[in-house]
Design a protein. Structure first.
Length: 450
């Protein structure tokens, strides 16, 4: 079990973590006809929107209550009521995700009372759901803010009691923030291979996969989990949870619906993929499809092909807890050694890691540990590129944000095929680090230079 070390510095140098409001807004971007509304300063929302647009390279639905000095001191309740009314009149969203940022939390905003005031002032807008989330910037990271938003979505839009009838071919999939849209597409196809239908929450694979819409442009999300599907989660046969950060949300759903829950820390290593496949086979009552067996055989062959290139490689890894834990298991399974692990914040995924220590820190800590422990590979988001350049090491981009390459959100790293792709990317990165040894030429040869 890894020792979780707290940062010893008075400040973060080159921060690793992304704030909770970004994670909460990301979860709402996975809902259909939704508008995330950040209750905070104008600059905070603009900065977060820029992060999303550079990562996904898509239009992003995100608005702000634009708190200023006056509303911060005297109260911003009217700003929230006015913002909600404006969104309803202009964009007509089905769901508004009201994210209370650090500024609103410090100011002491009473969000439930403000929503009640909005309902009283605008009774004709009762059909528009408002889901509040307390996601202060001073705690947690993107992953924890995302998890808080998922819990709030289930509390306000999900079923409250067990269903009177069931849909035996439907399963719920709670998807962690470590899963990109490409991962969601792989999981959906994996589930459908057994004749099952997945209700993904949040469904970033449907909303942020980079597709064009017939309307050309929409101020709301371009897809995602429909509101009626969230209300019908209790009718499913089971709930599948990917990522320890969503365990609390899964427990709350199970307590209300009585559904069996199957949890997976990650789906990038062979054992986890097999476990997920066998779980789906048991739920569906069907044998494993031949194409999945074929994909498994290809992954095994890739593991054999890459083992000599990857075995023994010393890795420095920086990520949110769920992703850090999943990658650690994957890398260890290939004989690679994680010599430096830096997490953006504490999280439930870190507790059972088979590492000596995990440091909650920043990119300065990652650079120091990677240098001192002679790492040969860096794994981090795009903000780790300067670190890798200074150390002269290859960088595998993973996590959020990835802004300096195209197509990162569509590259799956889960499932048999996704794990195979990840293996090849790692092997190709390491392949360029070794040079052929120059042939020995004796100085006594006749044609040797003097």
């Amino acid at each position: 079990m890894a020792a979780i070390l707290a940062p010893a510095k008075a400040l973060a140098v080159n921060p690793l973590k992304v704030s909770q409001p970004v994670g909460a807004a990301l979860a709402f971007l996975g809902l259909a006809r939704c508008m995330p509304l950040e209750h905070g300063a104008r600059g905070c929302a603009a900065f977060n929107k820029l992060f999303f647009m550079r990562h996904f390279r898509e239009p992003i639905a995100l608005q702000t209550t634009a708190m200023d000095q006056v509303t911060t001191i005297l109260g911003a309740d009217e700003s929230v009521v006015e913002a909600l009314a404006t969104l309803a009149a202009r964009d007509q969203p089905e769901v508004v995700g009201l994210v209370a940022t650090g500024l609103a939390e410090t100011q002491g905003a009473d969000i439930p009372r403000t929503i009640a005031a909005f309902r009283a002032a605008h009774p004709g807008l009762a059909a528009m759901a408002v889901v509040p989330v307390s996601a202060t910037d001073t705690q947690g990271c993107l992953e924890s803010g995302y998890a808080l938003a998922v819990e709030a979505i289930l509390d306000h839009l999900g079923p409250a009691v067990p269903a009177a009838r069931r849909r035996p071919r439907q399963v719920n999939l709670l998807a962690s923030s470590m899963l990109c849209p490409g991962d969601i597409d792989v999981l959906r196809a994996w589930i459908e291979a057994f004749g099952l239908e997945a209700v993904v929450l949040p469904d970033l694979g449907d909303s942020l996969d980079g597709h064009l819409i017939e309307a050309g442009f929409s101020t709301l999300t371009y897809g995602g989990t429909p509101r009626p599907a969230i209300a019908a989660l209790a009718q499913s046969a089971a709930t599948l949870v990917i990522g320890p950060s969503l365990e609390r949300a899964a427990r709350r759903l199970a307590e209300r619906t009585g559904l069996p829950t199957h949890s997976f820390a990650g789906l990038s290593d062979l054992a986890a993929c097999d476990s997920f496949t066998h779980t789906l086979a048991a739920i569906a009552g069907r044998p494993v499809p031949p194409r999945l067996c074929r994909a498994r055989d290809r992954l095994l062959d890739a593991m054999v092909d890459c083992q000599f290139q990857l075995g023994g490689t010393r890795v420095a890894l920086a990520a949110d807890p769920d992703l850090l834990a999943a990658l650690t298991v994957f890398l260890s399974g290939m004989g690679m050694e994680v010599v430096a692990a830096v997490a953006s914040a504490r999280g439930p995924a870190l507790a059972g890691l088979e590492l000596d220590e995990v440091l909650v820190g920043d990119f300065e800590d990652l650079e120091r540990l990677a240098r001192d422990r002679h790492a040969e590979l860096i794994i981090a988001n795009s903000h780790g590129a300067p670190v890798a350049a200074r150390l002269g090491l290859p960088l595998l981009r993973a996590g959020f944000p990835v802004t300096d390459v195209y197509g990162a959100p569509s590259l799956a790293s889960v499932g048999y095929d996704g794990s195979r792709r990840l293996l090849f990317e790692l092997a190709n990165l390491m392949l360029g680090q070794y040079r052929e040894i120059a042939p020995y030429r004796s100085r006594y040869r006749r044609d040797a230079p003097c």
